[in-house]
Write a protein that binds this ligand. Structure first.
Ligand SMILES: Cc1ncc(COP(=O)(O)O)c(C=O)c1O
Length: 480
């Protein structure tokens, strides 16, 4: 890629946060919204009414915008049509939706395979289903956890293969880990799930595959048909939209055959509710019970449109707030460029951080193998303190287990925590350097941090030994 062609300054002009001097490196949690999106949100609020529930022109217009948001989402991920799209609150709700819609189908003796590198939202629902819910109905279903390689942060494909068998109804796997950053080999996982021989109620002989796309979709080109996914989840608040809307993609046939997981208004066929009999609505509205997050859904689709524009032509918004169809080639080109920029920033961060004595960086060493985040610990230092000191230095990171609690336990991190920098398309190389330098100052010189460019407190804090750390340098992936 010609780096000059990635005009990060032009991109940043669309955002408010740079003017506040914020160095936002917590993008794996949530990204920042472009100003045009907020303005649009405001403007739409003057012209809205409920969807599918009004004869007013405002209701008709809002309904048209809402429905076309579904079309945009479908095109963005390569779904055949809006019938495969379920708008939910977030990725977590999407995983729970899959669990509730498959609940009745799990047979005694079945199993569900997930991995040790999942976000809790792709483990705890399966745990709850197997341990809390199905036993109450006299059904024993087992969950199985595929290991990862603690040295590389890569999924152990041999172990995964050994766990999948003829009773595996579903395989769950993150597209990209929010702790290691590892991008999993989804085609290989699909092949394993596809070869299980499990007989689904539809007659198909294979395990379904649910991919958690929360970290993958915002920064990669994803094509649900090319990957042959049964389910894909993601959240728009990680791709420029405000909070509140996520997506469950599911193959249309699965949505047709599965029961709704929410019941009530709008998910029923108009007028077809009787004392003895209820008919459900056609897709995708069968899965849209109650008044949905209407503005949130419309704005989320516009966030995808502006994402394409920022990646391709930040000086001129061509897709945002227009009816221009979203072409697959456009999505591929734009997301390819986002991925490449993220790789540049992540590689630079890994290289810079590697110079810090006692640091343990988790996940694959090669930035091309990972999403745009770097989690680490420094021997003898609390990750929470590091994140707080970084904040004092004006760098917004995140410390904790990032809801990847199983992976932190597997690495024997005590407490189960790490500090994480994560980037998005508006971050600059200088911001990466500033984050690294702030960390060097905190770790090596003992600085507590800088506020508004002014050092507000420095203390001598000689580095403790790099081994046998509470924070796991000894067990971690790469120790420098
Ligand atoms: C990989 C992964 N899965 C799931 C989630 C949960 O997303 P949400 O909080 O939007 O439900 C996250 C959030 O950080 C994530 O990184």
């Amino acid at each position: 890629m010609d780096w000059n062609a990635w005009d990060v300054e032009a991109i940043r002009r669309h955002f408010v946060f740079p003017q506040a001097g914020r160095v936002v490196t917590n993008n794996a949690a949530s990204t920042q919204p472009p100003r045009e999106l907020l303005t649009l949100y405001h403007a739409l609020a003057y012209d809205y009414d409920n969807v599918h529930r009004g004869q007013s022109s405002a209701s008709q217009r809002t309904t048209a915008r809402f429905e076309s948001a579904y079309d945009d989402i479908a095109r963005f991920i390569g779904a055949r049509s809006r019938n495969s799209i379920v708008a939910v609150r977030n990725t977590t709700e999407a995983h729970n939706a899959v669990m509730y819609s498959l609940l009745a189908e799990f047979r005694d003796g079945d199993n569900v395979v997930t991995t040790m590198m999942e976000h809790n939202s792709n483990y705890v629902p399966w745990y709850a289903m197997c341990k809390d819910i199905l036993p109450k109905f006299g059904r024993r279903v087992e969950y199985r956890l595929a290991r990862f390689d603690p040295l590389t942060g890569e999924l152990d494909m041999d172990h995964l293969k050994s766990l999948i068998d003829r009773r595996t109804k579903l395989v769950c796997c993150t597209g990209a880990s929010n702790f290691f950053g590892t991008k999993n080999p989804l085609a290989d996982v699909r092949a394993l799930a596809g070869a299980s021989g499990y007989v689904q109620p539809t007659g198909e002989r294979r395990s379904y595959l649910l991919v958690d796309g929360a970290q993958l979709v915002p920064s990669s080109f994803v094509d649900v048909q090319a990957l042959d996914l049964d389910y894909l989840s993601f959240s728009f608040h990680k791709m420029l939209a405000p909070f509140g809307v996520g997506v469950l993609y599911a193959r249309e046939r699965l949505l047709e055959s599965s029961p709704p997981f929410m019941y009530g208004g709008d998910m029923i066929a108009e007028g077809r509710v009787f004392p003895e009999h209820v008919e459900y609505n056609a897709l995708p509205w069968k899965f849209a019970a109650g008044t949905p997050n209407i503005l949130g859904t419309i704005i989320s689709a516009e966030a995808m449109r502006i994402l394409l524009d920022l990646a391709l032509t930040p000086g001129r918004l061509r897709h945002f707030a227009t009816d221009k169809p979203i072409e697959r080639a456009t999505v591929e080109a734009a997301m390819g460029r986002v991925a490449t920029w993220n790789r540049e920033l992540t590689g630079r961060a890994i290289e810079g951080l590697s110079r810090i004595p006692g640091i343990a960086i988790y996940g694959p060493r090669d930035a091309a193998r990972r999403s745009a985040l770097v989690a680490f610990n420094v021997a003898g230092r609390s990750p929470m303190d590091l994140a707080r000191s970084l904040n004092e230095a004006g760098v917004e990171s995140r410390a904790g287990c990032h809801c990847a609690t199983l992976a932190h336990h597997a690495l024997k991190l005590n407490p189960p925590a790490s500090c994480r920098l994560s980037f998005y398309l508006y971050n600059t190389r200088e911001e990466v350097d500033r984050a690294v330098e702030a960390l060097v100052a905190i770790v090596v010189r003992g600085d507590r941090g800088m506020a508004s460019g002014r050092q507000i407190g420095a203390r001598r804090n000689p580095l403790p030994p790099t081994t046998n750390s509470r924070y796991g340098a000894a067990t971690a992936v790469s120790v420098y």
